[in-house]
Write a protein that binds this ligand. Structure first.
Ligand code: ADP
Length: 198
């Protein structure tokens, strides 16, 4: 079994790259999906977030309004830390459960965990290899604006709340430059996939 951490700045193309590996036979665990799961209305995590940030971060259907919460935490690092201390342990427990489940079913599994803050939170030390999806901050901002329909300033806030992507390069075993066409990225993924199968 191989445990791979997939990371990169927001909007760099992690989810896109994760799907390409999945198509080739990797198991993908997306911690953003797990974060949504543990924040379901009524859960312990949901209760603590509401206690901490107030009901103003809730949508009409009581789910957490990620845009509203993001608007608070991406401008205030202390608040971001507080949110992370509520959400991360629950996400990690859920990740562990899934990871162990895959491992018990397939001893040759290549498990790719898509973790946006892999390096910021030190998770890179718990995986066998790190794959970094790289795009320059300008391309990141353009893709975030297009995907989320937000302003340049909002995209910048999100990018700035993370460690600069250039500083992440030394932690990576493989860097996927995703500034080119989807076909070019696919060719890089093919090369890495062959290495992972060795
Ligand atoms: P992340 O998961 O890192 O936040 P996504 O995979 O959602 O990033 O990619 C961000 C946006 O950029 C998406 O709209 C995606 O379709 C687009 N995208 C990803 N890779 C490319 C590429 N090579 N060329 C053009 N657009 C891309």
């Amino acid at each position: 079994m191989k445990s791979i951490g997939l990371t990169g700045g927001i909007g760099s193309g992690k989810s896109t790259v994760a799907r390409l590996f999945q198509k080739r036979g990797a198991y993908v665990i997306d911690v953003d999906v797990l974060a949504h799961l543990v924040e379901k209305p009524g859960s312990a995590v949901w209760n603590r977030i509401v206690e901490c940030f107030g009901r103003k971060i809730l949508s009409k259907d009581s789910t957490i309004d990620r845009e509203a919460l993001g608007g608070i935490v991406f401008r205030d690092n202390e608040k971001l830390k507080e949110l992370n201390s509520i959400v991360h342990p629950a996400v990690f427990d859920e990740w562990r459960r899934r990871f162990d489940d895959i491992g018990s079913r397939d001893e040759k599994a290549i498990i790719i965990s898509d973790v946006p803050l892999l390096i910021e939170v030190g998770w890179h030390m718990a995986v066998d290899m790190v794959i970094l999806v790289y795009t320059s901050p300008n391309v990141q901002a353009e893709r975030i604006m297009e995907r989320n329909g937000c302003s340049y300033e909002e995209a910048e806030d999100r990018i700035r709340s993370q460690m600069p992507v250039d500083e992440k390069i030394p932690f990576a075993d493989f860097v996927i430059n995703n500034e080119g066409t989807p076909e070019e990225t696919e060719a890089i993924v093919d090369r890495i996939w062959k290495e992972l199968l060795k």
